[in-house]
Design a protein around this ligand. Structure first.
Ligand SMILES: COc1ccc(C[C@H]2SC(=O)NC2=O)c(OC)c1
Ligand SMILES: [Zn+2]
Length: 257
């Protein structure tokens, strides 16, 4: 859970963002046996072929890699989506040790971290900001990270983290997030929300069942990031930047499996 001072603690968000207690909040606990297998759900298709990554930023909540979303070069489509959604950014959530740190849980079990690839519906909406407030505006692909061997491509990100220890941004060369996908694209999908304020209920969630494996050493590099800026005298390590599971409120989770 995002601990720490005042506003970045999930349990008080509802005071400024009443939607925090809404009917389609994220994350949730995914219970595989209660998920509805829906044969009409086709495969998720990721066309990340063009490399359009621009910068990596410590935004004080997470570390975010942002993409040029001025055209449909990098899109996700298929699965529960009615049209292609444009890749805007990806970021991570993690804990302070062991296997806590993911936002979604599976049958009550959490993973060490969770990667979110954020896409927006540029067919129906003119801007990301507009899409972020629409019920079908965003599609976030969630990928669990489990500790084990080194992930050979995650190095490109973790080796750059020292440059964004404080709340700063730096450019990255072409980084194609396709290399962060597990071998199986089997997924669960449900209607949910942003997991940090403003918590808009605008996300079609697609959570992959298979985690990717990263080393403890690579994860440790996320934990040396700071929530605070260089000018601040307090140095607060960036960890536990995850929201706990929220009530399902009658929603159905469908599975492609
Ligand atoms: C339009 O305002 C926002 C605010 C927050 C986030 C980040 C949230 S949403 C998610 O999946 N994980 C997170 O930490 C955002 O993401 C695109 C967009
Ligand atoms: Zn996220």
């Amino acid at each position: 859970m995002a601990h720490g001072s005042g506003s970045n603690c999930p349990s008080v968000w509802h005071k400024n963002y009443p939607v925090a207690q809404g009917n389609r909040q994220s994350p949730i606990d995914i219970v595989p046996h209660q998920a509805l297998h829906d044969p009409s759900l086709g495969p998720v298709v990721l066309n990340y072929d063009q490399c359009t990554s621009m910068n990596i930023t410590n935004n004080g909540h997470s570390v975010v890699v942002q993409f040029d979303d001025s055209d449909d070069r990098s899109v996700i489509q298929g699965g529960p989506l009615d049209n292609p959604y444009r890749l805007k950014q990806f970021h991570f959530h993690w804990g302070e040790k062991g296997c806590h740190g993911s936002e979604h849980t599976v049958a009550g079990n959490s993973y060490a971290s969770e990667l979110h690839l954020v896409h927006w519906n540029a067919v129906k909406y003119k801007t990301f900001g507009e899409a972020a407030t629409a019920p079908d505006g965003l599609a976030v692909l969630g990928i669990f990270l489990e500790t084990g061997d080194d992930h050979r491509w995650l190095h490109v990100i973790t080796d750059a983290l020292y440059m964004v220890k404080f709340k700063v941004s730096t450019t990255v060369n072409c980084f194609n997030p396709k290399c962060l996908l597990p071998s199986s694209l089997h997924y669960w999908t449900y209607l949910g929300s942003l997991t940090t304020p403003p918590l808009h209920e605008s996300v079609i969630w697609i959570v992959l069942r298979e985690p990717i494996i990263v080393s403890e050493k690579q994860l440790g590099k996320f934990r040396m990031l700071l929530f605070t800026g260089e000018e601040e005298d307090q140095r607060i390590r960036m960890e536990n930047n995850f929201r706990p599971p929220q009530p399902l409120k009658g929603r159905k989770v469908r599975s492609s499996i």
